[in-house]
Design a protein around this ligand. Structure first.
Ligand code: GUN
Length: 288
């Protein structure tokens, strides 16, 4: 029997626990500021989803919008102002940034104690070193919590992650390989230059698809009985829908469903968990 891993339900549970905690805080509520540079439609949607989620749990949020042709200078000034604003707990710079703005420099400007995305070098370094107290990037954090809540233990298992991004693949590998909670897996990080990718993926007990390519993972990539985590959020044209597109994952669900034992659906799998962990990190920023 195929088990659908219900990220929406787990995320709702986490969100309601966060709402209760926010309500018991003394002083002001937590505040998150999202910086949205440029006009990529998917980024606008994601930021909108995050703002709404904040409102539902009692976290104040604000969006600072910068033009596509806004300079790095303007962005630097904005982030520096937010860093010293005592009323702001969390700062999120939505990626990707417009061409001409360097992401690494920008992300390293965010005060590490307000870096609720966990993308600052210091927080990434803490994660890799297994140190406590840093922020864990929201999507990898959401994935390990979702697996734990679904009673899928990665300890001693072979986890193959396809995709080496700084947002998902690299931090997820660091989390799952560490000698502590969420960890103790044997991790392989595969990518676009990996040879014999399908054969490698067939050795995975847990396969994580974070490639950014619609329906890339088909049945030939799957070991019978494997668990599949689909991180993909790809827009595919669909004129029959009012918004003109539909969301599909990196995994060809119809093709793999007979082979795997469990899978995160798209939508309703990893996506809601990412948002829930952003709220969790923002609450942590307010408390610490
Ligand atoms: N772009 C795609 N995913 C993310 C994310 O988790 N955080 C930010 N800031 N930008 C993203």
């Amino acid at each position: 029997m195929l088990k659908l891993i219900d990220g929406k339900a787990v995320a709702e549970k986490i969100r309601s626990a966060i709402a209760k905690e926010v309500a018991t805080l003394s002083g002001r509520p937590p505040k998150l500021v999202a910086v949205l540079a440029g006009s990529i439609p998917a980024s606008q949607t994601y930021v909108g989803v995050k703002v709404r989620a904040c409102r539902e749990v009692g976290i104040i949020s604000e969006v600072i919008r910068l033009d596509e042709d806004g300079s790095q200078d303007t962005l630097v000034k904005q982030i520096k102002a937010l860093n010293v604003d005592d009323g702001v707990d969390g700062i999120l710079v939505q990626l990707p940034l417009p061409t001409g703005i360097d992401a690494a420099t920008t992300l390293d400007l965010v005060l590490p104690s307000k870096d609720v995305d966990g993308f600052h070098s210091l927080n990434m370094g803490k994660l890799l070193a297994g140190r406590d107290g840093g922020f864990i990037p929201c999507t990898p954090y959401g994935i390990v919590v979702l697996l734990e809540e679904s009673e899928i233990d990665v300890e001693g298992k072979h986890v193959v992650i396809v995709g080496r991004s700084n947002i998902v693949g690299k931090p997820l590998a660091a989390l799952m390989m560490q000698k502590r909670r969420y960890g103790n897996a044997t991790v392989t990080l595969a990518h676009s230059r990996t040879k014999e990718l399908a054969a490698l993926c067939r050795t995975a007990d847990v396969l994580v698809a974070a490639i950014g390519s619609a329906n890339f993972i088909t049945a030939e990539f799957i070991k019978k009985g494997a668990c599949i985590v689909d991180v993909g959020m790809n827009r595919v044209d669909d004129p029959s829908l009012s918004k003109g597109y539909r969301l599909v994952g990196d995994v060809d669900f119809a093709d793999v469903k007979e082979r795997c034992s469990s899978i995160t659906p798209v939508p309703g799998g990893v996506g809601p968990m990412t948002v829930a962990m952003l709220l969790k990190n923002t609450l942590k920023a307010r408390r610490d």
